[in-house]
Every structure is written in structure tokens, then in C-alpha cells.
Design a protein around this ligand. Structure first.
Ligand SMILES: [Zn+2]
Ligand SMILES: [Zn+2]
Length: 223
């Protein structure tokens, strides 16, 4: 039940590589890393994480390059439904021989010549999470009037018809979703769902005119 055992799945003994520049070793690792989550994306605590990497000894330390793959659960930015996707992230990081060399950024070997990849994996996976996932490029989203999931039912509200803003957004989302889960380098291009998407409808808000109440009838009650 210890969380430390999970992390140790991604620690590699590299005594044979350290201080032997040019030496290299291929490693494949499998494990889990609890707590990988953002508001719209997460890797389940028990979801398998696979690492396939080449570890190369260089003068400064060890260079790790390869791929991390796992399964991610996402929340659609339009319909708020949850869906799953495979996530594949490329990594290429230098692990410094001495922790002091990695003060600014980057990673370092453990003192006993072990290579701890868990933090690198965490960083890579979370950075690869999309900021505004879509379960489908043409997700119809929620009805701004009644909140119904338009992918499931047709509630009859037509507020989006003919609004050119929808067409522009649809095209943008399709482009972003087209290349899978590759992160858009931090510039949130997709505006949050529900922001300004509701055109001010002129109808449906005025109460019917035929419901005027005739209160004088109360006074007509004759004993
Ligand atoms: Zn959706
Ligand atoms: Zn509706």
C-alpha cells in the first residue's frame, strides 16, 4: 500500500553506465503513478504507464530519450462528458551526475547511481494533457437554453442556427483535435465552453400575454 513502491517501478540501476560516456542501455518500465490530474484530464491511479527509452551515458550524466504511453481520462470542454484516449509522450532529458548541476531545471541521478524517472514521467504526462479536450471534433455540446446534451437528444432549441461564430469555432476545434493529444504549446486557443456562445435570443423569454389575472373576481364573491 506504500506509494513509494509505485515510484520505485521507475527507478533504474545505472551503475554500469555512469561515468562511461558512450555506454547505453535500452530500458522498458511499467508501473503506476498516482495523482496525475488536472481539472479536465487525469491518469487513473491504477492505470498502467509504460516507458520505452534509451539511456545513454554522456559526460554530464545520463541522457534519457524515448516514449511514455498511458491511458488518460478527459472531460469534454463542450458537453462535459468523460472519455478516454491513449496518450503518447516523447521525452528527452538529461539527468545530471550531481544534483547541484540540476538546480535550475532538469533532473539528477540519485547518489547511489540510480536513475529516478518518476518525476520526469509526471512532468511529461501532465504537460501533454490537452487544455480543452473534445470528445469529438464535432461535439454538439450542451444546449445553452436548457442544458441538454445535444449529442444525445434534440431538445428543439435552435439558438445556434446560422450563428457564424459556431462555424469558426468548429473549424478551430477540428484542427486542434486533428493531431491527437499533442499539446498546443501552452497557448489556450480554445475558449472555455459556455463563454459567449449563447446568442441573446429575443424570443422565448417574454411571458405569454394571455395570462392577465382578473383579481376583481375576489370582490365579486357575494354572500
Ligand atoms: Zn463532447
Ligand atoms: Zn435546449
Amino acid at each position: 500500500m506504500s506509494k513509494q513502491t509505485a515510484a520505485s517501478e521507475f527507478v533504474v540501476d545505472v551503475r554500469a553506465l555512469v561515468k562511461h560516456p558512450g555506454a547505453h542501455r535500452h530500458v522498458t518500465l511499467d508501473g503506476t503513478l498516482p495523482g496525475l490530474a488536472t481539472p479536465v484530464a487525469r491518469v487513473a491511479d491504477d492505470a498502467p504507464i509504460h516507458v520505452d527509452a534509451e539511456v545513454e551515458s554522456v559526460v554530464e550524466g545520463l541522457l534519457v530519450s524515448g516514449e511514455v504511453t498511458t491511458r488518460v481520462t478527459l472531460q469534454c470542454a463542450r458537453c462535459l462528458g468523460e472519455f478516454e484516449r491513449d496518450l503518447r509522450v516523447r521525452v528527452r532529458e538529461l539527468f545530471a551526475l550531481h544534483p547541484g548541476d540540476a538546480e535550475e531545471e532538469g533532473y539528477a541521478l540519485l547518489p547511489d547511481d540510480r536513475l529516478p524517472m518518476d518525476t520526469m514521467i509526471r512532468d511529461a504526462v501532465v504537460l501533454a494533457f490537452p487544455s480543452a479536450p473534445l470528445h469529438s471534433p464535432d461535439c454538439a455540446g450542451l444546449c445553452p437554453v436548457c442544458g441538454a446534451d445535444r449529442n444525445v437528444i434534440d431538445c428543439g432549441h435552435q439558438t445556434e442556427a446560422g450563428d457564424p461564430r459556431w462555424a469558426a469555432l468548429a473549424g478551430l476545434d477540428a484542427r486542434l483535435a486533428g493531431d491527437g493529444l499533442v499539446p498546443p504549446a501552452g497557448d489556450g486557443l480554445v475558449p472555455p465552453a459556455g463563454d459567449g456562445l449563447v446568442p441573446p435570443a429575443g424570443d422565448g423569454l417574454v411571458p405569454p400575454t394571455g395570462s392577465t389575472l382578473h383579481t376583481e373576481e375576489e370582490d365579486d364573491a357575494r354572500p
